[in-house]
Design a protein around this ligand. Structure first.
Ligand SMILES: Nc1ncnc2c1ncn2[C@@H]1O[C@H](COP(=O)(O)OP(=O)(O)O)[C@@H](O)[C@H]1O
Ligand SMILES: [Mg+2]
Length: 360
């Protein structure tokens, strides 16, 4: 966790970022520009969009990791970027954060082009990414102060921000302990605080809760909501957890193999599957599929391993005809469940796979 923008990972970028900071320390005009208040004044051309990507692409050799992705994220929105491992979430995020160069398309963040104006983008965004490590010898406070200095904040500004962040990240006295003693959840939260030190307009969170226990996950969710509500921060959050996207995001983009396969509010996306789904586990999926497809009221059937997912308009009415049809076809049913659609059902319908396959 924790590639911060001041310590980017790609070749040459670290030097670039540090040079920016040194320049900023050099003269009053530049230092002024780095203050959060000044930072918020974006040019007229910035419209109301926090993020816009058009045909954004990233290849690694022949391999297309991000395939012509279009994104529109409005200011003040929480946007959930949902997809399985390897879908291209981090690569997209890193391009938007100016840490990885696109090989095609374009993107603006906070009104500035990520390729033409990376410094302007970096000043306006915060990022808690998947890749880098925290310095275990530092205390939380030291990390935050260092980060504030990187962004050109004065000592007074940093002091004021530390007070605000102290309550936000809920680390209490642990802020003055070395990071090496922190739990996984505490490390995420200090990393989040570091991403927020300069009051960014747009916050990027790359899988902020992967590997966290449910309690820590809930805390991160609360913080994300609070930031969005109280500071109006636009949040671009990647996740492989459908519940997370469903809970937090105003709008969700589902990405698979580098392509956006669906986008909308969680409600819209789920409605696209049907009003209910009937899940059936069986021994013979082929026979079961034929039987269930013929049931009136069944709009579509997806097969995944030994499980059938039938989209139905009226769930309760579909259950007994489905059971009867399966029995008539001689299929042995292991379980039959009726439930509301999830974003995982949306993903299944679009890709033929389950999102959380192989997850523990
Ligand atoms: N630096 C790189 N070189 C080669 N392939 C990469 C590199 N970074 C990512 N990839 C590949 O691009 C695909 C998308 O990766 P990533 O964006 O990390 O996915 P996600 O974050 O959704 O798990 C994966 O197949 C990954 O192996
Ligand atoms: Mg990733």
């Amino acid at each position: 966790m924790a590639a911060r923008l001041v310590e980017p990972v790609d070749v040459g970028e670290r030097a670039g970022a540090v040079a920016t900071v040194e320049r900023r320390r050099g003269g009053p005009a530049v230092a002024e520009r780095a203050r959060p208040a000044a930072v918020r004044a974006a040019p007229e051309t910035a419209q109301d969009l926090a993020i816009e990507a058009v045909g954004l692409e990233r290849r690694f050799g022949e391999f297309v990791a991000v395939d012509r992705v279009d994104l529109v994220v409005r200011r003040g929105e929480i946007y959930g970027f949902l997809g399985p491992n390897g879908a291209g979430k981090s690569t997209t995020t890193r391009m938007l954060c100016t840490l990885t160069a696109p090989t095609g398309g374009r993107a603006t963040v906070a009104g500035y082009d990520v390729v033409k104006d990376p410094d302007a983008v970096r000043l306006r965004i915060g990022a808690a990414l998947q890749s880098a490590a925290l310095d275990n010898q530092q205390t939380g406070t030291e990390l935050l102060r260092q980060q504030g200095r990187y962004y050109g904040l004065t000592k007074q500004e940093i002091d004021a921000r530390l007070e605000e962040l102290r309550s936000l990240v809920d680390l209490g006295d642990a802020l003055d302990d070395r990071i090496k003693g922190y739990s996984g959840g505490m490390k995420r939260r200090i990393d989040l605080a570091a991403a927020l030190i300069h009051n960014p307009e747009v916050l990027f969170l790359d899988e902020p809760t992967t590997g966290l226990d449910p309690v820590s996950r809930g805390k991160v969710w609360d913080e994300v909501r609070r930031l969005n509500r109280e500071l109006g921060t636009t949040i671009f959050l990647t996740t492989q957890y459908l519940e997370e996207a469903d809970e937090l995001a105003d709008r969700v983009g589902i990405i698979d193999r580098g392509k956006i396969v669906a986008e909308g509010t969680p409600e819209e996306l789920k409605r696209s599957v049907g009003s209910d789904v009937v899940l059936v586990r069986v021994d013979d999926v082929d026979a079961a599929r034929r039987a269930v497809e013929a049931v009136p009221g069944v709009d579509g059937v997806e097969v995944h391993h030994d499980e059938l997912t039938a989209s139905v308009a009226e769930g309760p009415a579909a259950v007994s005809p489905t059971a009867v049809a399966l029995a008539a076809a001689g299929v042995r049913v292991q379980s039959l469940t009726l439930r509301a659609p999830t974003l995982d059902d949306v993903f299944l319908t679009l890709t033929g796979n389950r999102l959380q396959e192989g997850e523990d």
